[in-house]
Design a protein around this ligand. Sequence first.
Ligand SMILES: [Zn+2]
Length: 455
Amino acid sequence: MTNERIEKALEGATDTQSVSIGEGVLGTVADLYAQSFGDRPAVVVADENTFAVAGREVQGHLEAAGRERREPYVFPGTPTLYAEYGNIEALIASLREHDAIPVAVGSGSLNDIAKRAAFECERPYMSVATAASMDGYTAFGAAITKDGYKRTMTCPAPHSVLADVGVLTGAPPKMTAAGYADLLSKVTAGADWLVADALGIEPIDQHVWSLVQGPLREATGRPAELQAGDRQAMEGLIEGLVMSGLAMQAAASSRPASGAEHQFSHLWEMEGLGHDDVPPLSHGFKVGVGSLAIASLYERLLERDLTTLDADAICSAWPTWDEVERNVRAAHTTPGLDDAAVTETREKYVDAGELEKRLALLAQRWPDLRERVRAQLLGPGELREMLRAAGCPTHPEDIGLSVEAFRDTYRRAQMIRRRYTVLDLTNETGLLDELVAELFAGDGFWAPATARSAR
Ligand SMILES: [Zn+2]
């Protein structure tokens, strides 16, 4: 059962050929497998938890259909499976003993492990989702920790994806909440793309934009029902997450689904925030707090008139690349991240002359851009209510981060990815520190009194 919107999105997807979402679709897994891979043998890959939830049933359906299969590859259920390279090596060693196609039954980490292992074995794979916890099911690339450093490793998205709404509804509520936050982050991600588009840095592809932004408001509109286990709300969520991944395939970039809020999350992830929590702090929970951080920054920025900036003063105070590099190295000392941050920042650095041109363009486009961004965004207060209703954390301390470290993230996150976001816009207009100071002072969104009473 595949709806029209997904069919349309599949036309532009480079890797994924079929997606099946709906109540009870697990019963059709053998058909989807045959349609995808013909007569080739299958191997179920799961961990003990996901094998119990759906893996055994998948194995049973393949068996009933007379499908040739290998012994399932099942990772331990505890501690929580982590996407580290050692797990990929173990799976690869097992896959090399045969030529079966992996059917990954699980959520984020399991999917990332299978995705990369299948790629290294030059095989396609199929993903059977067990939780609507993130948008990576239909995305290319895998977030893997290797040598203690979390990175995105190249690999195509799955050939086919199956998501049974009944299975997803039975997942731990925290996983659903995390997926909700990952989907809601497309609100600020979209605003960042509008900014990059207006400044001629990264033009918007209308088709790709509509894949993510089209169903977004509807899919994120019922957080409380979702948390209460409503199946329709769940179907909307998984569809939104799947569409987000397909949009990334069509764009060959994560731009449609990821802006500054993800830069906050990536930085915390690379620094190991919540890594030792049981279960580990989810991608979605970090992204949710990141989205609030960015929505509150936008709210302040939109009150400013960027048509009357003193461009001469800004450009003469603009740091040279050498100064910027020193700042980046002072802000990032994590091995691996330090050099990566320098490379990423260098990629988007403009000198004072180029900045002057950019500020002139900004002055010209700001009235229109401001209206477009306003229409795109939700206020931070509203966003916080939605996240809370979905069962997501809404304050840095809820995810184990001090307010001070959170505040520092505004500057530090700007340095770790080349993607142009509101962090760059505020940095290049000389407003970043000022706006952040406003957010944490007096009646600012993150002022102790305001933020605490709202928790
Ligand atoms: Zn995400």
